[in-house]
Design a binder for this molecule. Structure first.
Ligand code: FES
Ligand code: FES
Length: 168
């Protein structure tokens, strides 16, 4: 059994420990916002955060995140009635087209802004280079990140919020 905290909730997972985190999220926990694209760490569609760091869940065995905090797109917003600033700027800038890459894009962007609240274009391009968008929305993604960077405070995270709910 592998114990991992996902979006602030401790999960006890009975799977082969080599199972990719992506499939645990999608099939065991029904968190289908995280997408399968390539399966070989080349597209970024499966990006989640592990302890706040963007990670490709398709090539991460669930055993590698035992005891860690995983955040998925379902846990990005700070609360049920509140969007993460990036989600709002994604809407404002009309970033999504087909949408398939977008959860991965948002998780990478959120990890960037948590580390760098005022990223340059080069910072953004570097952090987002592993997230492929077949619809070619790169300029809107960059604009939305810069827009969100002017907005806020990226803490408390969804994990903090949900832990507060659980503990309270
Ligand atoms: S599905 Fe994981 S990087 Fe493409
Ligand atoms: S919005 Fe379609 S792949 Fe990015």
């Amino acid at each position: 059994m592998t114990v991992v905290t996902v979006n602030g909730i401790e999960q006890k997972i009975q799977v082969d420990p080599t199972t990719p985190l992506l499939w645990v999220l999608r099939e065991q926990l029904q968190l289908t916002g995280t997408k399968f694209g390539c399966g070989i760490a080349q597209c970024g569609a499966c990006t989640v955060q592990v302890n706040g760091v963007a990670m490709r869940s398709c090539v991460t065995p669930v055993s590698a995140v035992a005891g860690q905090n995983v955040t998925t797109i379902e846990g990005l917003a700070p609360g049920p009635d509140e969007l993460h600033p990036l989600q709002q700027s994604w809407i404002d800038e009309q970033v999504p087209q087909c949408g398939y890459c977008q959860s991965g894009q948002l998780m990478s962007a959120a990890a960037l802004l948590a580390q760098n609240s005022s990223p340059s274009d080069d910072d953004i391009d570097g952090a987002m280079s592993g997230n492929i968008c077949r619809c070619g929305m790169y300029s809107r993604i960059r604009k939305a990140i810069k827009s969100a960077a002017g907005v806020q405070q990226f803490e408390p995270s969804a994990v903090d919020f949900l832990e507060g709910e659980t503990n309270g």
